[in-house]
Design a protein around this ligand. Structure first.
Ligand code: HEM
Length: 376
């Protein structure tokens, strides 16, 4: 069935002024159809309804296997139980010194430069280096994985199926090499290779899916988050100095800045029956695109939603989702981002903007380039 399009997610305006566009859509057409994203859901209340009803809104949206995000209970529960221990408080705590070392090393490196592009010189390499360290992969993977993520994002925006298939094949080659080398090691990748479900080892495609998600799936989100945080701090020198003076405020500031400008734009669901949402009749088997960025700027939930505020109640913050698919990596991401901001503020007396930024395009978020100036 073809529908009238309510908006175009790939127009110049949608790509370059994403937040303004989402705010306008939430006000004017909160459940909106487009050929590219199908049914976009912009309001906090509707997104919350969907993530809390996995029977009506299924995660099995694609033919491609995705462990555990593309699964529904009871299968989802089995694989979610398998991955949760890798992200336990203790695992995150043990990994913290490694992240502090990586963040500190790159912060010192960029502090030598007068002006630099924060995305290219810090956010991307640090996001990849942290994920490689988490998995136990060597630094040799940093460059190819960075190139891979950008290529895959470009192909996703263009809906270039041949290029996406090429990317998937290339990732399989990278992972095959990794699997070879990790058979007899003692790290996260080696532990995954030994996991069993119902007494069977993970299949090769399940393994590749998990490693793809952990190695590259979240790098784009992490790099975007770092850029969004830095850009905000250059525009808000008072808050920057408050954080420099009192590091204990950093975690709350990160939560609030990423509520204002989310680093992950959408996740999908599929209707298992006809539903009515935002006054629209949506047929069975329709794809919904939950817009986290928009939901978190909804002022029916957050007073003065477009303002940074200390002391907000973040229990409704959808940065890491909600319900059974709530991000298992939330604790890991929070720790990594805190290490990054702490290291950058520690080495500098001030961080300033050094010119115009360019927007990252969907499915990315935040900035493609972010020129900054670090003062020692
Ligand atoms: C700032 C960084 C991050 C943000 C904003 C974020 C956000 C999210 C959100 C909103 C979901 C829910 C998706 C849904 O409901 O369909 C999710 C799921 C997930 N995230 Fe994260 N995430 C981040 C970092 C990470 C990291 C570092 C990892 C692991 C290395 C990770 C692993 C996962 C996994 C495996 C799922 C799927 C869980 C499931 O389906 O049960 N995330 N994330």
């Amino acid at each position: 069935m073809s529908h009238h399009e309510d908006w175009n997610p790939r127009s110049d305006e949608s790509l370059n002024q994403a937040i303004t566009t989402f705010d306008r859509m939430r006000a004017e057409c909160p459940v909106a159809y487009s050929d590219y994203l199908k049914w976009s859901v912009f309001r906090h209340a509707d997104v919350t309804t969907i993530v809390n009803d996995h029977k009506t809104f299924s995660n099995q949206v694609s033919r491609h296997i995705s462990v555990p995000n593309g699964m529904d209970p009871p299968t989802h529960t089995v694989y979610r139980d398998l991955i949760n221990p890798y992200f336990s408080d203790q695992a995150v705590h043990e990994f913290e010194p490694t992240c502090q070392e990586i963040a500190g090393r790159y912060a010192h490196l960029i502090n030598q430069a007068q002006e630099l592009d924060f995305m290219a010189e810090f956010a991307w390499p640090v996001a990849v280096a942290m994920q490689c360290a988490f998995l136990g992969w060597s630094d040799q993977h940093i460059e190819p994985l960075t190139v891979w993520v950008k290529r895959n994002q470009k192909a996703t925006l263009a809906q270039d199926r041949a290029e996406l298939a090429d990317c998937a094949a290339e990732f399989e080659v990278i992972v095959s090499g990794v699997i070879e080398r990790h058979q007899n090691k003692d790290d996260v990748t080696a532990r995954l290779l030994q996991e069993r479900v119902h007494d069977e080892p993970l299949t090769r495609s399940q393994l590749i899916s998990i490693l793809r998600n952990w190695a590259v799936g979240e790098i784009g989100t992490m790099a975007a988050a770092m850029g969004i945080l830095l850009q905000f701090l250059t525009e808000s020198p008072n808050i920057q100095q408050q954080l420099r003076a009192d590091g204990a405020k950093i975690p709350e500031a990160i939560e609030e800045i990423l509520r204002l400008q989310g680093p992950l734009v959408t996740n999908r669901r599929k209707t298992t029956c006809p539903v009515k949402l935002g006054g629209r009749d949506i047929p069975v088997d329709s794809i919904l695109s939950l817009n986290w960025v928009s939901a978190n700027r909804d002022d029916s939930v957050f007073e003065d939603a477009e303002q940074f505020r200390w002391g907000r109640d973040h229990s409704q913050n959808l940065l890491y989702g909600a319900g059974i698919h709530y991000c298992p990596g939330a604790g890991l991401a929070r720790m990594e981002l805190k290490a990054v901001i702490t290291a950058l503020l520690d080495v500098s007396s001030d961080i300033e903007s050094a010119g115009e930024t360019t927007a990252a395009h969907y499915p990315g978020s935040g900035y493609a380039t972010l020129p900054i100036h670090m003062l020692k």
